[in-house]
Each structure stands twice: as C-alpha cells, then as structure tokens.
Design a binder for this molecule. Structure first.
Ligand code: LLP
Length: 423
C-alpha cells in the first residue's frame, strides 16, 4: 500500500503538508500498531526556523520549553537547529543532557523544589531560576556567592484555559514584584548575583498584546538590577488548532517587531547589551505531531452516535483536562455507502465517561477499522500520557526529512507495568 492508496475519507491538512512522507497513515498504523504518535521532522525544523527569525537582535536566544515533548530524538533535532532548552525538573535536565545539550544551554525554571533538586542542578552546572524569595534563600544556602535567576510575576496572564494562565493574581507562579526589597535583601544576604529574570504569562495565546504588556513590565523591572545579563519573556505562543475553520497562526512577525522596538529602546536607554530569551514549547512541537488511533466500535447510545477508538485519555489528556479541541482526520480504505457528514462523539477505551476526544463533531462517515488522526498532538501529548487502566503508552515514530519512517520510542510492553514492584 503506497502513498497513492485511495482514501475514502478526509485527510486534508496532512496531505497538504505531505505529513506522512512516502508512507501513509493506514500503512503506518499496520506497521507500528496504534495508538501511535507520528512526528514530521520537516515541520519541526520549519517551526524552529520561524522561532529563530522572531527577533532581529544579536543576543536573542530561544529556550525550547521541553515539557511539551521530551522524546530524545525530538530534543536532538531541536538542539541541531540551535535552540537552547528550559527544564522543569531534574528529570528534564537529565534527558536534555542525554540529548547533547551542554549544562550552560539549560535553564532550570523550578517551582517548589527540594534542596536536593536545587543541588542537583547546581552540581550539573545548570543555571537555576527560583520561583519565590524563600526558594532564593534555600538556593543561597546551597550555592552562596553564586549566580541565579528569578521568575517574576508580571501581574498579567493569558492562556487557553484558567489552568494554564501563569501570570496575574490567580496563580502560584513567580515572585510578586512588591517583594523587591525582600528579593534584594536575600540576594545580599547570600552574596548572590542576579543575572537573569524570567516570566511566563501562560500557555496558548493567539495575539501578542498581553505578552508585550508583560515584556514591557519585565524590562522596566530589570532596571532595578544592574548585574542582569538576560531577560526571558517566556513562552505561550499559540498554534491554530481549528485548522478546519481556517484559523490563522499567531502573527510572530508582528510580535517580533513590537519586541524589537522594546528591546532596542531598553538597550539604548541602559547603555548595555542584554541577552533576550523566549521559552516556546507548544509552538515548536505541536504541529509536527499527529496521533493515530483505530476505530474499534461504532454504536448508538441515548440517541447519540459514539465512535470508539483506542485513544483514551491516558494517551492524549488535553481534551479531558482542558476541553481542548483537536482537528480530526479519518483514513479508511474500506468502501462505505456514503461520504455524508454526521454528528458523532469520538471516545477512547478508558473506563470513565469523560474519556472523550471530540464531542458532537461533524465528521465524514466513520466505520469500524478506520484510522483516525488527531492533529496538533506533538505538544503535551505523549509527555502527559500515563498507564491508567494499565494501558500501555504508545510508540512514537519520526517521518524524517526524506519522508522515511522510523521508530523513536518503543510502545510499552506488558512487563513494563510490573518492573517497579519489588520482588
Ligand atoms: N515556560 C514556562 C515556565 C512554562 O511553565 C511553560 C508551560 C512554557 C514556558 C511553555 O509554554 P508553551 O509555549 O508551550 O505554551 N499542558 C497544557 C499546557 C501547559 C503549559 C505549562 N507551562 C496544554 O496541554 O495545553
């Protein structure tokens, strides 16, 4: 079965970008099994390049926020593209070092960490950004006289769901700027050098206003700290999940022009060069990933049509956690009596009613055996998967630049479910 296989149903977006290379989703599902995360290297590299062009400024650095996708092969491609990385945990530091990032290319943005975790980062030679004055004191005890960064709450936030808005009043993140005197006193007490300040207002916004507002604030706040070497505005750049209804990508060009204006003004006012960083996770990896699953059951219940697949929320948690929307493509070779659209609810195989991938969606007729493709699954997909219901976490494959597919993470095996139990 090759690329010219006749699909009876919709596969519009992936066709336009030649997502599956020289293969096709039905063949890939047969070869590797489902559920299956498929990543496209060309799209990933394109996104990295778009980010590199965001800001026309000599000391501009992009820290990929690795929490969005920590597959080792994906990290290696991102590193090859020249991006640096953020880490949220010792585990992320560990895997980033394994991917070849140097310690000085990693920024550990920690939240409520233990002394051991701080010490791990310091010992690894990784720059730490602390999230509270008390954590700064803990850091000072561990690395007196050292360099440090601090995360500031800029007072504004943005994001696709209240759970992922990380700036403003209703969030645990960042140091409240009114605590600036405590911050300065603690730096002095432990002879620490504050070389960076960072912020992250939240995840997934499609317009730049709030980001610019926060960046303006942070630049001004930085003027309180003459030793500062970098300012990090955070991530959060959205991607168009509603592709089917023509949603446009975030206008990075416009964002870049506004940022440049702010940064240039700051540099000329303060008479010193500074490194500017951003921390995009989703934008880097979301669109390079499609999650394939198989339809095992089609049934009517309470007057609704349910399409039962093997994509439970253990595989993709975003819909159940945030009511997130993902476009769905359908791939099938079996003949069907018509191609009319019908309203269906696409569900997984987990024993909870909330296990819904797409509610009341209008889709071309689906029949058992079809493959469904959940678009934009490259960010916060596999990293948020679990073994709930003792389900096996899926395999991941890469469609490389030449269009060839290769395994980049094995599917869990049954034995993986018991390896951590003592004898
Ligand atoms: N920097 C920090 C400190 C962060 O906490 C995050 C994301 C990022 C950068 C990257 O944000 P991004 O560019 O990816 O929006 N699981 C949720 C998203 C959680 C984001 C958490 N923080 C989802 O699936 O929508």
């Amino acid at each position: 079965m090759k690329n010219n296989t006749k699909f009876y149903v919709q596969n519009i977006w992936t066709k336009g970008v030649n997502f599956y290379g020289i293969s096709n989703p039905i063949e890939l599902a047969e070869k590797y099994g489902t559920p299956l995360y498929v990543y496209n290297e060309t799209i990933l590299r394109n996104r990295c390049n778009e980010l590199k062009n965001l800001l026309d400024y000599r000391n501009f650095k992009i820290n990929y926020s690795a929490k969005a996708n920590t597959n080792l092969s994906i990290l290696k491609i991102i590193r090859d593209e020249g991006l640096l990385v953020d880490a949220m945990s010792p585990g992320e530091i560990f895997i980033e070092l394994k991917a070849g990032f140097k310690p000085e290319e990693i920024l550990f943005i920690c939240n409520n960490v233990s002394d051991e975790e701080i010490a791990f980062a310091v010992k690894s030679g990784v720059m730490v950004s602390v999230d509270s004055v008390s954590q700064l004191a803990r850091y000072g005890k561990i690395n007196r006289g050292g360099k440090v960064a601090v995360r500031i709450n800029p007072g504004v936030g943005a994001g696709h769901h209240e759970k992922v808005i990380t700036g403003g009043k209703n969030t645990k993140f960042g140091v409240d700027p009114i605590l600036i005197d405590d911050l300065k006193a603690t730096l002095k007490q432990y002879d620490l050098q504050l070389i960076g300040i960072n912020q992250h207002i939240g995840s997934l916004f499609m317009t730049s206003e709030v980001y610019i507002e926060a960046a303006t604030f942070l630049l001004e706040f930085a003027e309180n700290f003459p030793e500062i070497e970098f300012i990090d505005f955070g991530g959060g750049f959205g991607i168009p999940y509603h592709k089917g209804s023509g949603e446009q990508p975030i206008d990075l060009k416009k964002l870049g022009i506004k940022l440049k204006c702010l940064v240039d003004n700051w540099v000329s006012k303060n008479g010193k060069e500074i490194t500017i960083k951003v921390e995009p996770g989703r934008f880097t990896v979301a669109e390079c990933g499609v999650l394939l699953g198989r339809v095992h059951s089609v049934k009517m219940n309470g007057g609704k049509k349910y399409i039962g697949t093997d994509i439970g929320f253990n595989v993709l948690a975003r819909p159940i956690m945030y009511d997130s929307f993902h476009e769905i493509e359908i791939y099938g070779t079996a003949e069907r009596d018509n191609l009319f659209k019908e309203t269906v609810t696409l569900v997984g195989n987990i024993c909870e009613t909330g296990d819904v991938i797409a509610k009341d969606r209008s889709l071309t007729k689906i029949i058992e055996g079809d493959i469904v493709g959940i678009l934009d699954a490259g960010a916060y997909g596999m990293v948020m998967s679990s073994n709930y219901n003792c389900r096996l976490r899926p395999a991941e494959i890469l469609i490389d630049k030449g269009g060839n597919d290769r395994l980049i993470r094995k599917r869990d095996e049954l034995n993986d479910l018991i390896i951590h139990f003592p004898e």
